[in-house]
Design a binder for this molecule. Structure first.
Ligand code: SAH
Length: 292
């Protein structure tokens, strides 16, 4: 992707005031390539084979807070591992610093894995990092991952589409209040358009978001499921309705990171919740018959 002719657009300069320090010298080329790899939702079995191969071959791995430990353990033991979620004692490394770090690494090593939870291009800033890396002359390749917006409901027995319930699903951020995402979310339009609504980063803003959905016409009895740490051993699910969920979250102390799924498909979670207790008496009856 090197030599695409994009150097520093106004956009890049605004977002990354310090990047010109690393303006590439096009008479030489970076040694390496940055792979933007999706780590999936947490269960190491859900990492792609391509992602695993790259981790095993990596010279450096720059990872985010949501990447699970068993996945990091797959990385080449000799690789430099950098936590972009916590460096310098801060909550997370500012985007410009992360990009600068990746550019520096690309000049020093061959295989740099930028490991992100879920899919790098779904609320993962992968698009922004790709733009900045290409602008700095660094080759980039994207390796998709399973996004938590699909995986977390699935592990709670919730299909996003179903022929009797929903022929559409919308992925939306609940975090736009902080100005992180532009343009802001039009909750009225989403309430009208989406049969299934999947909200990322939404636990804290539910008290503001839910009334807007109801005001726009969503039935207050519409079911909603919050799945925390989906696909991980400590996964927790809270099922409520739009009118009860805010209280239920407050009472139970349910916290992020979680995916909220709204729509009648949520009712299907009952099938998987009932599967175990229903099977047990049947199994006991069968065993009793076999023994007699
Ligand atoms: N790129 C990621 C999303 C990053 S935004 C992806 O594709 O999944 C961070 C948000 O993702 C969290 O606030 C939470 O809403 C969601 N999230 C990530 N991993 C999760 C998991 N295992 N279970 C539930 N939600 C998760």
């Amino acid at each position: 992707m090197r030599g695409m002719g994009v150097l520093f657009t106004d956009n890049h300069l605004n977002r990354m005031p310090a990047i010109d320090t690393y303006a590439p010298d096009f008479s030489s080329a970076p040694l390496g390539k940055v792979y933007l790899v999706g780590a999936g939702p947490g269960d190491p079995g859900l990492l792609t084979l391509k992602g695993r191969d790259l981790l095993e071959a990596a010279d450096a791995v720059v990872y985010d807070a949501l990447v699970s430990e068993p996945i990091l353990e797959m990385a080449n033991p000799a690789a430099r591992k950098i936590d972009a979620g916590k460096r310098s004692g801060r909550h997370s490394l500012p985007q410009a610093e992360t990009t600068r770090l990746l550019i520096e690494l690309a000049w020093q090593a061959k295989t740099i894995v930028r490991l992100k939870g879920g899919d790098p291009f779904v609320f993962g800033r992968g698009g922004e990092e790709m733009e900045d890396l290409i602008a700095a002359g660094v080759p980039v390749e994207v390796v998709p991952g399973i996004t938590s917006g699909i995986a977390a409901p699935a592990c709670a027995g919730i299909p996003l589409t179903h022929r009797d319930h929903s022929s559409s699903a919308i992925f939306v951020t609940g975090h736009e209040k902080s100005g992180k995402y532009r343009p802001g979310v039009d909750w009225q339009a989403i309430a009208k358009a989406g049969e299934t609504i999947v909200i990322y980063m939404g636990v804290q803003t539910l008290p503001q978001v839910i009334p807007q959905l109801i005001e726009a016409g969503k039935d207050p009895k519409t079911p909603i499921a919050l799945v925390r740490w989906g696909t991980r051993p400590d996964s927790e699910t809270l099922v409520a309705t739009l009118e009860t969920v805010v209280d239920r979250v407050r009472e139970s102390g349910f916290s992020a990171p979680a995916i909220a799924t709204i729509g009648s498909v949520v009712d299907l979670h009952r099938l998987s919740a009932q599967a175990v207790p229903e099977r047990e008496p049947l199994l006991q009856a069968l065993l009793a018959t076999a023994q007699s």
